[in-house]
Structures are given as C-alpha cells and as structure tokens.
Design a binder for this molecule. Structure first.
Ligand code: NAG
Ligand code: NAG
Ligand code: NAG
Ligand code: NAG
Ligand code: NAG
Ligand code: NAG
Ligand code: NAG
Length: 510
C-alpha cells in the first residue's frame, strides 16, 4: 500500500468542497478508515479503492490487509493500478476492490450483495469502477433499493496462474483464484458496514469472470466453510481445458516461461526463485511469446486455473457429476455463436475444421475424433467455421454453464440468440448504460431484469416480467433470449452434447 494515499482529513475536506454534488463520507473498518463519496447527481455512494489484502509476494497467496488506521483517513475515491496484464504494465501491488450502492445508513435494512470478477481470458482485466455509472448500473437501476456491488482485482496471466510442481512446492498455485477468495472473505467480514448482507451474496462474472465463478463454485469440492456466497451468475463462463498442476502441459508451460526469462538451465539457480525476482517486464515479454505458441492447439489464452488438489481438487465435469457445488442457485447464459469468436481465421472449410479439431483436442485418437464428427456432423445450414465454433462453445462455454445450472440446487439457463450472438454480444444490455436500454426495453427488462431478480430475490422471474423456466433433475427448458421477445427450448440437445463431452472429460480435459 502506498503511504502517499493516506491524506489528513482536513486536506480531503478542502479537496472535496470543490467537487459539486459529491459529499465526503467516512467509514471506519477495524483496519482502515475510508473516505468515499455520495453523489446527489447519481444517488450512489462509491468507495472506488479499498485494499483487501497486502501487496502480495509474487506467486504467493494473498494475506489480510495491514492495519493503517494510525496513518489517518484513506482516500478511497482514487483508482488503482491494474495487476500486470499479459503485455502491458500494471503493478504487482494491485489487490484492491471497489464498492458502490445506493446511499445507506446504519439501522436501515441490509441489502443483497453482488461481487463481480472481470473477464479477460485470465490474462488481463481490471476492476476500476467507471464514473458516473459504474458497471452493472443497468441491473441495479431496475431494483428498488438496489444491492451493494463489489468489483475485485485479481492476478492474471503468469502472475496469477503459473502452474507446475515447483510452484506447488515452493509457492502457491491458482493465486488469482485465491485473490478472489480473499475478497469474498473480506466481503463476509466487512460488507455489513456498507449496508450489505453477508449472508446474501451473489457472485457474477462474464467470460473468464464466469470461469472465475466456475472455480469458486467447485472450490473445496463444494464444501467451502463457511459458505462465501449463496448464488452465482455465469455469463458465458470461459472454462478452457484445465489441466492438473503437474501434467505435461502444465510443466511445459512452467519450463517455457523459465527458459524465456533466463531462469532455466543454470544448475546453481532455482528457476522458481529466479522467476520470483525477475522484472515484471521480463515476464510480460515471455507472456507474449508463449501466447503466440498456443493459438491452434490450446485456447489462445494460455494461462488458466489448474487442478491443484487443494482449492480445486476435482475437474469441473467430475465435480458437477458428484454435485460438489458451493451455494444454492445458479443462473447461466451462453450466446449461440460465441464459440466462433475463438476460432482461428484460417478455419474456413470442412477440412480446415477437422484440422483445427485435431489441434484443439490433441489427446484424441482417430476413434475419438470420429465421435466428435458424429456428434457435430457437417450440415448444409451450418458453415464449417460455425461448426468448429459449436464444438468450441460446448467444450469451453455452454457445457460448463449447463453442468453447473443443472447441478445446482436451483438452476436456470438461457441462450442469448440476438444476432450476431458472439462472445460478449449481450454485455451491453446489463453492464453499461447505453441506448440498448431504451431501444430494446423488453429485452432490457426481461434479460437484465432476470439478473436483478436473481441477485435481490433469488429468482430471475421476480423483476423481469418474463418466465425463466427452472431446470429440474438436469432436464427441462432453457430460456431463449431474442430481440424484444423471449421463448423457451428443450435442453435435450445441449444435454446430449454435454453428456458426450463429460464422457470424454479425462482426455479433453474438462
Ligand atoms: C513498462 O514500463 C517500463 C518502464 O517504465 C517501460 O520501459 C516498458 O516499455 C513498459 N512496458 C509496456 C509493455 O508498456
Ligand atoms: C434509472 O432508472 C430511472 C427510472 O426508470 C430512469 O429514469 C433513469 O434514466 C435510469 N438511469 C440510467 C442512468 O439509466
Ligand atoms: C436514493 O436512493 C435511496 C435508496 O434507494 C432512495 O430511498 C432515495 O429515494 C433515492 N433518492 C433520490 C433522490 O432518488
Ligand atoms: C549461473 O548463476 C550464477 C549465480 O547467479 C552465476 O554466477 C553464473 O554465471 C551462472 N552461470 C551461467 C552459465 O549462466
Ligand atoms: C496455426 O495453423 C495455421 C494453419 O495450419 C498455421 O499456418 C500456423 O502456423 C499455426 N500457428 C501456430 C502458432 O502453430
Ligand atoms: C479434404 O480432405 C480429404 C481427405 O484428406 C481430401 O480427399 C479432399 O480432397 C480434401 N478436400 C479439399 C477441398 O481439400
Ligand atoms: C440446421 O438444420 C437442421 C435440420 O434441417 C436443424 O435441426 C438445425 O436446427 C439447423 N441448424 C441451425 C443452426 O439452424
């Protein structure tokens, strides 16, 4: 933490007097005294920068934040650094979160809480709240008193997800996920001071943010104690093939990073100890090289959670088969053509699709490849490229969504079909204030309202004005989201595809 961020109260009041319509608010936590703002323009109270851990040691689990009360009031109105991104700077001192909600006073009813993890393929992203309408405001604005929204920074790429046996022995695996868990523990401890109910938490993420939610859902074999959240929303959860931490693929990744950073091949130098001390820029340069090596054979996003026999003891397909899922309810959405977003440009003919499948599923023999061909036959009405996209979508996005929605105690799933229905096509309806909310009011209320009802009432039908059908015993209907209209469809075909991938789970691996 930078001491320069700790300002005497007098200076703060002078600074804020200049900002019209924003009133300084002071909040005391046991380790820090925060100064945020309440804006009468937006009717929001915002604390955009709160340390939820110490500045972490590289590749090490996060530790609770320092007690900085003695240094005075902490200016929580600032932004914070991104964690180091795949290819651009940031700071390793990045474990901050932001909180916003409607103004709240001690004694008023506690509100539900929504904790968000960002997307960015586990290689990039940051949690800074955007002014004047922070992320997910279109959801909050559909509710009466709203909810308390929390945005969490977590470490990404090599800094967050370096795998390998050496890491297990001499550091910590999946530290990006441990950052998220630390933030959830922070929420459990302190969110009531912000008017949030610590027993009514929903976690939400899109893309790798959804993959983060997948991880927290299956953490500790579904037996996290105490439970850190009640509900989870998976928006296009990105769950790239995930390997064991000591698999050949994971060890190759470690070795490649060590070589590219000059940390390998010297008997007197331990590669992990060396990686802990090389400049950030050295790892960023290596990240770029590594990423370019994997465009065909794995997802182009190399870094991802690994099975670590600890936080993540089971694969997703195995965890969901056993019902090893944290929390009570899951609301999941995938987009029809979002797999195609991830298919390399050269895949334009059926032969190229077959070539790509071989690279995408390197452990599949001819028999297994033929099974894929049978499950996803070429068809006159599906382009070769979209056929590859459907394979990718089901493995990486829609089956993870389906398995968790179907495996949770209560679950709902929707398919977003509004053209072009690519990855992230749906985000504009709920994440940012824009014209969609007025040009497509039915979609806005039905879709965004589904999230609003789920977060505040545990029920996607409470506010949306449409009926999201529940999944029961892994069967039932899925919601279909179309432009200004909603419908339902059988889940039989998706279930059949996902059963197929589950049967291949060990070799995908998923
Ligand atoms: C990161 O910062 C260093 C030092 O300021 C600079 O030399 C380098 O170009 C920056 N790298 C990127 C990718 O921005
Ligand atoms: C929030 O909702 C109110 C009431 O429906 C509406 O008047 C206002 O424009 C909305 N604000 C934004 C930023 O969308
Ligand atoms: C601000 O939000 C609070 C809490 O939802 C609400 O009671 C109040 O009416 C709102 N004030 C304005 C000016 O909209
Ligand atoms: C190996 O590392 C040691 C300690 O940093 C250094 O003195 C030595 O020159 C290195 N050897 C090679 C071959 O790079
Ligand atoms: C990916 O496949 C294409 C087409 O076969 C090939 O031209 C390209 O070199 C491959 N890229 C990598 C990084 O292997
Ligand atoms: C596709 O591959 C098959 C089998 O390898 C080959 O016979 C055929 O000529 C290829 N088609 C095209 C259009 O390249
Ligand atoms: C393609 O056509 C088949 C049968 O005619 C139909 O079942 C399937 O839904 C169609 N697929 C798409 C993506 O339209």
């Amino acid at each position: 933490m930078h001491l320069s961020g700790l300002l005497p109260l007098v200076v703060l009041q002078l600074t804020l007097a200049a900002a019209a319509a924003a009133e300084a608010v002071i909040l005391k936590l046991p380790y820090i005294t925060l100064q945020g703002t309440t804006s009468t323009d937006t009717n929001l109270t915002v604390y955009s920068r709160i340390p939820f851990a110490r500045a972490p040691s590289r590749f090490r689990a996060p530790q609770p934040p320092q007690d900085v009360r003695a240094a005075g009031v902490y200016d929580a109105t600032r932004s914070f650094d991104m964690c180091p991104q795949r290819a651009s700077n940031g700071s390793e001192d990045c474990l901050y979160l932001g909180v916003y909600g409607r103004p709240w006073k001690e004694g008023q009813r506690k509100r539900p809480v929504m904790v968000s993890f960002y997307g960015g393929g586990f290689i990039q992203g940051d949690a800074n709240l955007r002014a004047p309408w922070p992320q997910v405001y279109p959801v909050l604005n559909l509710t009466a008193d709203g909810f308390v929204a929390v945005y969490v920074n977590y470490r990404v790429n090599a800094f967050g997800f370096l795998p390998g046996k050496r890491v297990k022995d001499g550091a910590d695996l999946n530290v990006g996920l441990l950052d998220q868990r630390r933030a959830l523990e922070w929420v459990r401890s302190y969110i009531s001071k912000f008017g949030g109910d610590p027993n009514d938490v929903t976690i939400w993420g899109q893309s790798a943010g959804g993959g983060s939610v997948v991880s927290q859902l299956i953490a500790n074999g579904g037996k996290t104690k105490p439970q850190l959240f009640r509900r989870a929303i998976l928006s296009s959860p990105f769950w790239p093939r995930h390997y064991r931490y000591d698999s050949t693929e994971a060890e190759d990744l470690f070795d490649t990073l060590a070589e590219l950073t000059g940390c390998a091949g010297n008997a007197t130098v331990d590669p992990l100890e060396c990686l802990k001390t090389v400049p950030v820029q050295t790892i960023l340069d290596a990240n770029v090289v590594i990423n370019a090596m994997h465009t065909n054979t794995t997802s182009s996003y190399t870094w991802a959670p690994v099975i670590d026999d600890d936080l993540l003891p089971l694969s997703l397909s195995e965890a969901t088969r056993r019902g090893a899922i944290n929390g009570e309810a899951v609301l999941a959405v995938y987009n029809t053509y979002e797999g195609t977003t991830f298919i390399p440009g050269y895949v334009s003919t059926e032969n190229k699709t077959r070539e790509w499948v071989k690279g995408f599923l390197p452990n599949f023999d001819e028999t297994a490849l033929q099974k894929v061909e049978d499950a996803y036959p070429p068809s006159a009405n599906v382009s070769a490229r979209d056929r590859a996209g459907f394979i990718y979508r089901d493995v990486v996005l829609s089956c993870p969504a389906f398995w968790l929605a179907a495996g949770a105690k209560s679950g709902w799933i929707g398919e977003y079909q509004i053209s072009p229905a690519r990855h992230a096509s749906d985000v504009g309806y709920w994440n940012t204030v824009n014209s969609l909310q007025t040009t497509s009011p039915i979609t806005y209320k039905g879709y965004t309202g589904g999230f609003a009802g789920f977060i505040t009432k545990g029920n996607p039908n409470a506010i949306s004005g449409v009926t999201w059908p529940p999944i029961r015993n892994g069967k039932g209907l899925g919601m279909v989201i179309n432009l200004e209209q909603f419908g339902t469809q059988s889940l039989a075909d998706l279930k059949k595809k996902c059963d197929f991938w589950r049967s291949m789970g060990g070799t995908v691996p998923v």
